[in-house]
Design a protein around this ligand. Structure first.
Ligand SMILES: [Zn+2]
Length: 465
């Protein structure tokens, strides 16, 4: 299996630290709001990585943290009149609702910063003792000049960074690029006691402390969005390697940005989408399918049209699953040519996934399976053995992509039942008055909205399609 490693900028053969086990850490969300689409991409992609390893028989120890204390959380908590920990608890619950809808499995551990303050303090203490960090008036900074490898992950060197960065001048820092490991509490802020007085951890140190606690030194995979490479992950490398004296994560994987109409998604541009908002219009598995339809390192452009395309593509698979359910196969074993074709398609699937998790390519094999399967059903020659093989192959895709096929699920929006029933009633009255044009108009327009009316002997039934 080959993985593109940001650290070496090459695709490398994946060799786990321990045979049969994969230890991985992915930076999780900050708990001050619902997750947005940019958060969802790494969450869904790395969940798929984990699922693929599990499908291959690995045991995966998967850690995804919650950043539940930082400036944004403190500000938001003040606005809402609750404590930062309460705010965190609220958005952690909301996170799991969205993650469930997206088919994301629970991590082995979801550590929270506020529950790991002693570990963080120990690490900061160690870094000061070893000469990599210094305290000034209750703040503790990491001294980037003390770590010669600083910049090795992001490929930047210190001089270049200093020249290019608009780093605010801070009299307290020895080098403007030094970053906070511990922040002295300002009046009114939540704090924890420490050897340097009351304060709270800086952002970067949490991921070093929690990954080392749950995964140990030199663990296998560290993932996150490309926007985290610098400074967050660069700083994680520096702190962790300075502290342990050993290499930190062995494979660094980073997913690309999400763009909206080719522009980077950002709050300031107003093209910022919460997963919760998208779930009002599209089922979670459509969003998941869309996120996996592009290679994870490529930018992914988002709009409703692309989600509709993903929905239509997924419907092709759903229809095949339905056809397969309904077909009455001939008795008999699987035919050799069917067996060979499915084996080849699953081999293509595996090869795509083993080539740096090329989910886009892997999906192509699924659509070939659907196309081929439909022709077999249409031919009338499908045997019971063939049918079973198709079902088993579909199971592989479901397990790894985390997408159930052939299920219709409700979207998260408000209950539209009363409105639809009102329109059904209006349509019935129009028909009574022989105003068939208008009655058909209602049916057709509802269909365009994804609501199908069916006239049955027992009355009108409706369903979402
Ligand atoms: Zn992190």
């Amino acid at each position: 299996m080959k993985i593109y490693n940001t650290l070496t900028k090459t695709k490398e053969e994946f060799i786990p630290r321990e045979p049969g086990k994969v230890y991985m850490y992915v930076c999780g969300p900050t708990t001050y709001n619902y997750i947005h689409l940019g958060n969802a991409r790494p969450i869904v992609f790395f969940d798929t990585v984990r699922r693929y390893f599990e499908y291959k028989g690995f045991e995966v120890i998967y850690v995804q943290n919650f950043t539940d204390i930082d400036d944004k959380i403190i500000k938001r908590a003040l606005e809402e009149g609750i404590s930062p920990v309460e705010l965190g608890q609220k958005y952690i619950i909301e996170y799991f609702k969205d993650a469930d809808r997206l088919g994301v499995k629970r991590a082995t551990v979801h550590p929270k910063v506020t529950e790991h303050i002693p570990e963080i303090i120990e690490m900061v203490k160690g870094l000061i003792e070893k000469g990599y960090a210094y305290e000034v008036e209750g703040d503790v900074y990491f001294a980037v000049d003390s770590f010669p490898d600083y910049g090795k992950l992001s490929g930047r060197d210190l001089d270049e960074l200093k020249a290019g960065a608009r780093v605010e001048v801070d009299e307290k820092k020895k080098n403007p690029l030094d970053f906070a490991l511990w922040k002295k509490a300002k009046p009114g802020e939540p704090f924890w006691e420490s050897p340097w007085g009351p304060g709270r951890p800086g952002w970067h140190i949490e991921c070093s402390a929690m990954s080392l606690k749950y995964l140990g030194e030199n663990f296998d995979i560290h993932g996150g969005g490309a926007d985290l490479v610098f400074p967050h992950h660069e700083n994680e490398v520096a702190q962790s390697e300075a502290f342990t004296g050993k290499p930190f994560a062995r494979y660094w994987m980073h997913n690309g940005f999400i763009t909206v109409n080719q522009e980077k998604m950002s709050k300031s541009l107003g093209n910022f989408f919460l997963v919760r908002e998208i779930l009002e219009k599209f089922p979670g598995r459509v969003i998941r399918f869309f996120l996996l339809s592009t290679h994870y390192r490529s930018p992914l452009d988002f709009d409703d049209k692309k989600l509709n395309e993903a929905k239509a593509a997924l419907e092709r698979v759903d229809n095949f699953v339905q056809n397969l359910k309904e077909v009455n196969p001939l008795p008999g074993e699987a035919r050799k040519e069917i067996q060979e074709k499915i084996t080849n398609l699953l081999r293509d699937f595996n090869e795509a996934m083993e080539d740096d998790f090329n989910t886009a390519q892997a999906m192509a094999s699924l659509f070939e399976l659907v196309r081929f399967g439909n022709t077999q059903i249409a031919s009338g020659n499908l045997t019971a053995g063939d049918k079973k093989l198709f079902e088993e192959a579909l199971n592989v895709y479901t397990r790894v992509f985390g997408i159930e096929f052939g299920v219709l699920e409700e979207i998260a929006g408000e209950d539209i039942t009363p409105l639809v029933e009102l329109l059904i009633e209006v349509r019935a009255r129009l028909k009574k008055e022989k105003k068939y044009d208008l009655a058909d108009f209602i049916r057709d327009e509802l269909k365009k909205q994804g609501i199908l009316l069916e006239d049955t002997p027992k009355g009108v039934r409706w369903k979402r399609v």
